[in-house]
Design a protein around this ligand. Structure first.
Ligand code: SAM
Ligand code: SF4
Length: 451
């Protein structure tokens, strides 16, 4: 069987796209390989959200020049590096045989079909994601927000929601093949449905997915604070399969910077939203993204970001140093005036702060029993995640892959937990952790916050 090699960097959307491409290549008879030398097709899935990611893609493309000369595989580049006008890319990277935008998957199908490497009858839309215990399911592509620093809307286009029935059908099929958890993806996942004829929203989709047999968990990301509404909070609180986990980037702790970023909310509104979510779902694990060193960010403004992180105590924080992206509003209109070494210092300050907070939050889980969906094995340990997205490692002889198990937490650190399996050896089975735990009723939720 011929081999393909896939290389991916960037966000979960890229990972989902790579899973989709891998699935297609496997359906037409290729097998995955970690060795570029033996691959007949090499696919690079790129990210250009920051210069550092773009540099890695360029290095990879340059490193593949010699393989192209000696082995002549088909070299394919996709992801956010691919613009609609590809002339510049074609000039810079002549070793690449096909460039296709992430939203133009059918171009890959056409390219391989034209070369008689794929059968004519395989429709691009008929390709399912590969079922794994936890599977990404994109539900809305693109972004209409145009935050001033961000290149995503230019590369991934305008928002396009997938029909609800199509998503529910796909998730039901995945669940019947063993998927226990789906992670619904979108750059602004909470604006799902506004562009569809019947205008369903994410709360409605979650309600439909909650009824899928065999599915135990539902997550979704990334939420935009200005699109997160009361219906969605209620759905999260009420639906038993929806995990107590939310990714809600605030990006900056200062209103002036937020305004220049074109984020569409103030810190007071963000704080009120977090209060509301924590009231409705008391054990929610929150994750956020922040950017440090945005143009004009003073020491004082940076400290407001620091203070907000210290006050709200997130479970996870992704911190990035501002990187000007050609073509974005910020790169055209604002001066990148925070020196690179200052950006590094600010990033490290946030990382240190978060390490302390995450350590304290995780220590509280010591001795408790957590529910873990086992996703894989690393060295001699199984690993998986709790409903609150905590990474957990444990050792056991049994085959735990895809099981939802109980783990007693015996060691905690800032980034993961370790423990041992609570296993009913006499009965020879795992305790049933998939039973729905009743949640708060929607009637208990009264206050409304509209951002
Ligand atoms: N849609 C999500 C949102 O609204 O927050 C995030 C999508 S973006 C691709 C992922 C993260 O990359 C952002 O949350 C932001 O923190 C970071 N990011 C985007 N553009 C950036 C830039 N020019 N410089 C540094 N970080 C950036
Ligand atoms: Fe980028 Fe803003 Fe859209 Fe997120 S909401 S993808 S940060 S433009």
């Amino acid at each position: 069987m011929p081999f393909y090699h896939m290389w991916t960097i960037g966000c979960q959307m890229n990972k989902a796209d790579s899973q989709h491409i891998a699935c297609y290549l496997e359906q037409i008879g290729y097998q995955a390989s970690s060795k570029v030398e033996e691959a007949e097709i090499i696919v690079l899935n790129s990210c250009v959200v920051r210069q550092s990611a773009e540099d890695r893609v360029i290095n990879k493309l340059n490193a593949l020049k010699s393989i192209k000369k000696t082995h002549n595989p088909l070299l394919v580049l996709t992801g956010c590096m691919v613009e609609s006008n590809m002339d510049d890319l074609m000039y810079r990277f002549p070793q690449v045989d096909l460039f296709f935008r992430p939203q133009a998957f059918s171009e890959l199908v056409q390219f391989l079909t034209d070369r008689h490497l794929a059968p004519d009858e395989l429709e691009p839309d008929s390709i399912l994601p590969k079922p794994s215990p936890s599977t990404f399911v994109p539900i809305i592509e693109g972004c209409d927000n145009f935050c001033s620093y961000c290149i995503v809307p230019y590369r991934r286009g305008r928002e396009r929601s997938r029909p609800m029935e199509e998503i529910i059908g796909e998730v039901a099929e995945l669940a019947s093949c063993g998927t226990k958890e789906v992670i619904l993806l979108g750059q602004k996942v909470d604006s799902y449905g506004h562009d569809l004829p019947e205008k369903p929203d994410l709360a409605k989709l979650l309600t439909g997915l909650n009824r899928v047999d065999g599915l135990a968990r539902i997550r979704f990301l990334t939420s935009h604070p200005k699109d997160m509404n009361e219906r969605l909070i209620e759905a999260m609180a009420y639906l038993d399969k929806v995990c107590e986990h939310l990714s809600l980037p605030f990006q900056a702790g200062d209103d002036e910077i937020l305004h220049t970023m074109r984020r569409g909310y103030t810190i007071e509104q963000y704080r009120a939203l977090v209060d509301r979510i924590r009231y409705a779902i008391p054990d929610i694990a929150l994750s956020t993204d922040v950017i440090v060193g945005f143009p004009g960010e003073s020491e004082e403004q940076f400290h407001r970001t620091f203070d907000l992180l210290r006050e709200l105590r997130f479970d996870t924080v992704h911190v990035a140093a501002y990187s000007p992206r050609p073509g974005t509003i910020a790169s055209r209109k604002l001066t990148d005036d925070v020196p690179p070494e200052e950006k590094v210092i600010r990033r490290e300050i946030i990382e240190q702060l978060q390490k302390g907070i995450a350590t304290e939050l995780n220590v509280r889980l010591m001795g408790s029993t957590v529910e873990v969906l086992v996703e894989g094995q690393k060295n001699d340990k199984w690993w998986g995640r709790t409903r609150g997205d905590k990474l957990v490692f444990f050792k056991d002889e049994a085959d735990c892959l895809g099981q939802i198990v109980k783990i007693r937490v015996e060691k905690t650190g800032p980034w993961s937990l370790q423990g041992s399996l609570i296993y009913d050896r006499q009965r020879g089975e795992f305790p049933d952790m998939t039973k729905a735990i009743p949640k708060m009723q929607p009637g208990n939720l009264s206050t409304h916050i509209v951002i």
